[in-house]
Ligand binder design. Structure first.
Ligand code: GLU
Length: 474
């Protein structure tokens, strides 16, 4: 049994359903809405890649650029067998709205390659990634000012490194080549904190929702994450970091699932021990104390307060929505709840923290990486020492005026020199705090049906007004 994949109804249709529902609450004119809604460009290619045994594999790949209202367009590249044109278009549209929600000045894009990376050799994947990048360069579907890929399902810092290296050697610009892709490893000019940004961001989003007593009380919950029982679907790039962050912030991860099984323990799981066990034994079987669920879909139905679907789209549908016990659902993945399930869950009184806000942490930190790469300087380089010196002076003045010295731990606190991760983390937190405030205020003031509608309304107005400001629409 694997995670449920795409259903018969199109994913792009689902995104447009949410878009249409929200557009009724905006005063954006219909012709402008039509432009915002559609996918501007899709590049579909098939190319040969030599297998390790000398045979040729014909690979199908895509890059969709949903909206050029801001450039570059931005979004991950997915390596999976069920990649399709519909899927990349939907995911690219989500990127447009996501960037607008968190005020990141990019249009939305998404790429996909039809390949199962788990069953391919590193050398094959390297050749494939280089060839895919060359194809994008040929058609100008990549570039620091054009379209900037990032990791998504099935790709990571390794692939981003190959993309950068290919662009650097073949692309038109060398000075800014570093900014042609984000999600690179820190040693390859990435930025500290990018890897965990999406998962951590999802938990920050959850904490914002849980911080309002007025919003959590009707759900029978107390404010704050402390002591809450959380299920995490998927232990990949998003789920693993989300699960770790839940524990760090005082919550309890009572269940996790991977593609071929799930674990449930009402006393809380040690997530890193689960990962270690799976790495050593190859499965979840035999993990101490926890109940093993051979079918990962069963995880969603276990007792909990909060569910973080952090795997793929369309995991929560009309089929399983009535059996969910979570009062709060935080969409760590893109599109995990389909429109029918969305309506059913709202009807049942649950709250969904929507993907275009809840998983935006990744692209927020990608934006920081892009800025770092274009400016060729890391965030702490110009200020770190100066801040330390300024605080040291302040400490000297305080000591002189009061005749007292601070306890060593307070002195250490004042003389702490911030690192890149400190700047990235605080800027991410600040971005998500401002966005949540905006979404919640609109939700309450306009009596919108839910947080998703509010997030879409804000995004539609923002993208629409960019077209107007650019003089394309009067
Ligand atoms: N693939 C991620 C997403 O869906 C990250 C995109 C990016 O960083 O550009 O948000």
């Amino acid at each position: 049994m694997v995670f449920k994949t795409n259903t018969s109804r199109g994913f792009f249709d689902d995104v447009n359903y949410y878009f249409d529902r929200a557009s009724r609450y905006t005063d954006v004119p219909g012709d402008l809405l039509a432009q915002v809604r559609m996918c501007n460009a899709v590049y579909r290619i098939r190319f040969p890649v030599v297998r390790d045994d000398g045979k040729i594999a014909v690979v199908e790949a895509y890059r969709a650029e949903h909206s050029h209202h801001r450039l570059p367009t931005k979004g991950g590249v997915r390596y999976a067998l069920d990649v399709s044109q519909d899927e990349v278009m939907a995911l690219a549209a989500l990127m447009t709205y996501k960037c607008a929600v968190v005020d990141v000045p990019f249009g939305g894009a998404k790429g996909g390659v039809r390949v199962d990376p788990r069953h391919e050799s590193t050398s094959f994947l390297r050749r494939l990634t280089r060839r895919y990048t060359s194809e994008l360069i040929r058609k100008r579907f990549i570039g620091p000012d054009v379209d900037v890929p990032a990791p998504d399902v099935g790709t990571g810092a390794r692939e981003m490194g190959w993309i950068y290296d290919t662009y650097k050697s073949q692309g038109p610009d060398t000075l800014n080549a570093l900014a042609c892709v984000t999600g690179k490893s820190v040693s390859m000019h990435g930025v500290a904190g990018r890897e965990e940004a999406t998962g951590v961001g999802a938990v920050i989003a959850l904490q914002h929702f849980l911080s309002e007593p007025e919003d959590v009380k009707p759900l029978g919950l107390t404010p704050g994450l402390s002591g809450k029982r959380v299920l995490v679907q998927g232990l990949g790039k998003v789920g693993l970091h989300a699960a770790r962050e839940v524990i760090k912030q005082g919550g309890s991860v009572v269940g996790v699932s991977v593609s071929n099984g799930a674990l449930y323990d009402p006393d809380g799981l040690e997530v890193d021990a689960v990962v270690e066990h799976r790495r050593e034994s190859g499965s979840l079987v035999g993990f101490p104390r926890a109940r093993l669920l051979p079918n990962p879909d069963e995880l969603l139905e276990q007792p909990c307060d909060i569910l973080i679907p952090a795997a793929l789209e369309h995991q929560i549908t009309a089929d399983n929505a009535p059996r969910l016990r979570a009062k709060v659902i935080v969409e760590g993945a893109n599109g995990p709840v389909d429109p029918k399930a969305d309506a059913m869950l709202r009807e049942a009184g649950s709250v969904i923290v929507p993907d275009i806000y809840a998983n935006a942490g990744g692209v927020v930190v990608s934006y920081f990486e892009w800025i770092k790469n274009l400016s060729h300087v890391s965030f702490e380089r110009m200020t770190r020492r100066y801040q330390q010196i300024a605080n040291d002076r302040l400490l000297g003045v305080l000591t002189r005026l009061t005749g007292k010295t601070l306890p060593p731990e307070d002195e250490a606190l004042l003389l702490y020199a911030p690192n890149e991760i400190d700047f990235v983390r605080t800027a991410l937190e600040n971005t998500l705090a401002i966005s949540y405030e905006r979404i919640r205020t609109r939700w309450k003031e306009q009596s919108l049906p839910d947080l998703r509608t509010s997030a879409y309304v804000g995004a539609i107005e923002r993208v629409g007004s960019a077209y107007v400001q650019d003089g394309i629409f009067p």
